[in-house]
Design a protein around this ligand. Sequence first.
Ligand code: KG4
Ligand code: ZN
Length: 350
Amino acid sequence: MTILGIETSCDETAASVVKDGREILSHVLATSADMHAKTGGVIPEQAAREQVKSIIPVIETAIENCKLKIENLDAIAVTYGPGLIGSLLVGVETAKTLACVWNKPIVPVNHLVAHIYANFIREMTNDKFQMTNWKEPELPAVALVVSGGHTDLVYLKSHGEMEYIGGTRDDAAGEAFDKTARLLGLKGFMGGPAIAAAAAKFEIRNSKYEIKLPRPMIDSNDYDFSFSGLKTAVANFYKVNPKVPIEEFAYEIQEAITDVLVEKSLKAVKKYNTSTLLLAGGVAANYRLTEKFKLEIGKRKLEIDFRVPEPKLCTDSASYIAACANYNYHPIPWQGVSANPSLTITGSPV
Ligand code: KG4
Ligand code: ZN
């Protein structure tokens, strides 16, 4: 099946054409992040206005890039939540209009579930060996979705059959990166890559201050997370030791967040006795997080097929929206599709 995916849940306007849920034929993205960087955060109304400007050119480019005729498109998939209502509406209403005019089935997609499906897309590489040896991840699986607004652990029994295991009680992991980056005065709209870049400059043997931040809830008897205390801990430490190099702070922040994410996810894999672990969402682009998962899986001699999408498929795009619709193909009449800004990960299977 060849599906046109549309994603407009926040400040990215994205359209992709994906074949059989795994092969990207086109992947187009416009972002208003530079505009929001100036104000230090997304202004929802401005983001929605930018969505309106970009949506048609982005969809047109996605279709042109794969040289596909409209009649060869089998369906349209669109993010209907969660996200900013103004931004979501632009994608949803555009998708409904196209579905009606082109007479195509439409599949409403849950953005959070869709992140997981980035793992089902075959990486586009020139390496023939890698391409021919690629295998679809096997289910059941435990999935950790770590994005700017969400940190969720779920058990994916089969496509469309999910159980919520745990999640954050306050700030999401991405939010913790973003807020602490702002506290440290690091530049860049997204705090995660800024913290990661600063942390990479730090060498542990040069540590003078030995900052130790808490690993919130790491030993708690559940699968929940709490990251809101981290920014207070950073601020308090900074007050007492204002000369600590930013790089040292960044390193310890990244260590604290990734330690908890790895520990809780491996605990969930053990409880559910699965052999597949899928990482997804913007924070999955963090190299240290992936490295730590691999190291721990090795150290504990676990037989786990650990998957992480390539970085461009961790952050928001429409490719995994189309992939998710392929594996969870439940089209509904276009009149029934409506935006739901507060949708949760298990709010609907697709
Ligand atoms: O999934 P995403 O693109 O958008 C949402 O749906 O929220 O995630 C964005 C989040 C931001 O908080 C950003 O700081 C974080 O992902 N992020 C990272 C990295 N790249 C993006 N966090 C840590 N390390 C990174 N390399
Ligand atoms: Zn996202």
